[in-house]
Design a protein around this ligand. Structure first.
Ligand code: F6R
Length: 242
């Protein structure tokens, strides 16, 4: 891993945006894996700033999100599609046709899982995957457990994850119980991973992910098997690695 520690979140967000800008300038038709959650929001803000300044275009980029809740359609205010729209898509020139997010609101969810997985397969390797980590070690929505799936699959969200994500909903009951997520194999196939974690509460799970034994009970540890992970941490999240 290529460890980069920053004194402030703003600096981290800016440097992560510059790193992605570099990748897109080198390969304008970049295949970009995207994440939701708070960790990449500052990066998205800086990407929008670079776009507004005329220093970055997403015209030929294709995007693939990690996950989506089952049962929420794209228009639902708490869907990941709307999250991405609010923080990134509606502000930039990424072609709608080239935005890919699993559709959690279809009759046949298994079929949608297969469609998304084969889309990822057909498109070949993603060039860059943006990634955060849950407090329980999940990446995408690959929750801790005895086994992990390589491919895109339906996951039952842990109560822990539902509680943490209930901050985006009005009540805990509203948080969907299932999601579609890229599998560990889909994630690890990306040529490069830009991993972002912020805040001291993430320091222990970040330490485990990068220093602990590779273990499905902490899916983030599988990142140790990837040869090209840029780890962007603020001082708080880096505490366990010092
Ligand atoms: C988001 C995702 C999750 C988040 C993780 C951390 O698409 O798949 O793995 O990256 O839950 O969330 P934040 O960044 O809100 O702490």
């Amino acid at each position: 891993m290529n460890l980069r520690i920053f004194e402030s979140e703003i600096e981290l967000d800016w440097e992560a945006a510059k790193a992605l800008q570099f990748e897109i300038k080198n390969k304008p038709n970049l295949k970009l894996g995207l994440a939701t959650g708070m960790s990449p929001v500052g990066l998205y803000r800086e990407l929008v700033n670079l776009y507004n300044a005329g220093e970055l275009s997403f015209r030929d980029v294709t995007s693939y999100n990690l996950d989506e809740y089952v049962g929420l359609d794209r228009e639902h205010p708490y869907s990941f599609f709307q999250f991405m729209n609010q923080h990134l898509f509606k502000h930039i020139d990424l072609d709608e046709e080239r935005i890919h997010i699993p559709n959690g609101c279809v009759e046949d969810v298994e079929k949608e899982v297969k469609r998304y997985n084969s889309l990822l397969g057909q498109e070949g390797q993603l060039d860059v995957q943006i990634l955060g980590i849950g407090l329980n070690g999940h990446i995408g929505f690959n929750e801790p457990g005895e086994t992990l799936s390589a491919d895109t699959h339906i996951v039952t969200l842990s109560e822990h994850t539902r509680k943490v994500n209930s901050k985006y909903f009005n009540t805990l009951e509203e948080v969907p119980k299932k999601a579609i997520t890229m599998g560990i194999g889909n994630i690890l196939r990306a040529k490069k991973i830009i991993f972002i974690a912020k805040g001291e509460e993430k320091s222990e799970i970040v330490r485990q992910a990068f220093k602990g034994p590779v273990d499905p009970n902490c899916p983030g540890t599988f990142l140790q098997l990837h040869g090209n992970v840029d780890v962007f941490l603020d001082l708080g999240a880096a505490k366990g690695l010092a």
